[in-house]
Design a protein around this ligand. Sequence first.
Ligand code: FAD
Length: 436
Amino acid sequence: QQPIQVIGGGLAGTEAAWQIAQAGVPVILHEMRPKRFSPAHHTEHLAELVCSNSFGAMASDRAAGLLHEELRQLGSVVIAKADEHAVPAGGALAVDRGQFGQDLTQTLASHPLVEFRRGEVPYIPEGIVVLATGPLTSPDLAADLHRFTGMEYMSFFDAASPIIVGDSINRDIAFMASRYDKGEAAYLNCPMNKEQYLRFREELCKAEQTELKDFERETAKFFEACLPIEELAQRGEDTMRYGPVKPVGLSDSRTGERPYAVVQLRQEDKAGQLWNMVGFQTNLRWGEQKRVFQMIPGLEKAEFVRLGVMHRNTFINAPQLMLPTLQFKQRPTLLAAGQLIGTEGYTAAAAGGWLAGTNAARLALGKEPLALPPTTMLGALLEFISSASPKHFQPMPPNFGILPDLGMKIKSKPERYGRYRDRSLADLSSWKVNLT
Ligand code: FAD
């Protein structure tokens, strides 16, 4: 049997290769380290954690924790090793990164069906292939992927605005309208008077920023069109009012007046559970983003599912290119997972790797590829990335806002999230019969 090729031994690729081998299909796992390093990787271990050592909250009524639990049910090797090498982290699943990476490397290398090849793969090979080269995909492979997908379907820099849970926005203050009443009222608008605007600007100017790494500063130079909100604030008192928070063409239907400034939120998902702060790409530290953005009228209790980031990040326009089975529409024998397809975070990368590996093996064995139930966190995430609006597509972490409605109103958040968890785990348990 022809081996399946997995390119990239990060979180997604390691999980994918393991699932392929466990299904009885030979696999070649290509990893360019230590011959070549990305600007953020420093070891030769598989699944190196490039920054934090945490996989997020552990409790299964939290989004990350639910995804951990789903992965445990599915037999993920990444989560099994994370559990084995966990260190105390106050409610989060954090690991001893050295032991975690070393153990995964040995575990994969000792599997009889895994052939481990060290070296860069500069182009997409023929056959059944899983691409899992992550946000810092090597330039040659990125160029080949660029050619394969078409110019407009890839991003090399992520300048993303925060995304907020719809329920946490105060609708007594924020109003629905489109500028100049064009078309359907499509935006939620948070109005500010002069005093509120000036106070907000002052705090934005003072807020602490993250340091861009050298390689990110280089990439960011080409991104002048997309300036961080704090940079606009610093350029002058009214710069933001001529940019992302301009009030022209908007009046508050309740007062009939034009606000001094308006922060607009654009709907991110079909169900209207997630809202994106338009033009608020930022380099502010995460704690600072929460503090300053909650000063915006209507966002006092905003719950952020993703905070703003500006960093180098190679990802494809998955809604245009991918199926929820993680196959490319234009070439079903090519699958992909991880940050490269726009799922955000370590756990999401491993989870996508699980499905891409499972489906690659199914293709090799002549079986139908599978999609997960959309009521599971993984199923919802992959449904989102394969069906979101391609025009504004940005990477997405696991969060409860992408799950289908429960069909009933439950006010208490812990109870609501508990119900989501129960539904997800029950549906996953029934779905698992498909795996045989
Ligand atoms: P990776 O884990 O990056 O794995 C990709 C692998 O492919 C790498 O080992 C790379 O060496 C290899 N590779 C690349 N090109 C080739 C090639 N042509 N041939 C062979 N091998 C190749 N997420 C979090 O949850 N927490 C964090 O703290 C966090 N910090 C981050 C910090 C930075 C600087 C970046 C860029 C991202 C961060 N992320 C974080 C986001 C993301 O979840 C992680 O990058 C995650 O590791 C993605 O998993 P992956 O498997 O898609 O990619």
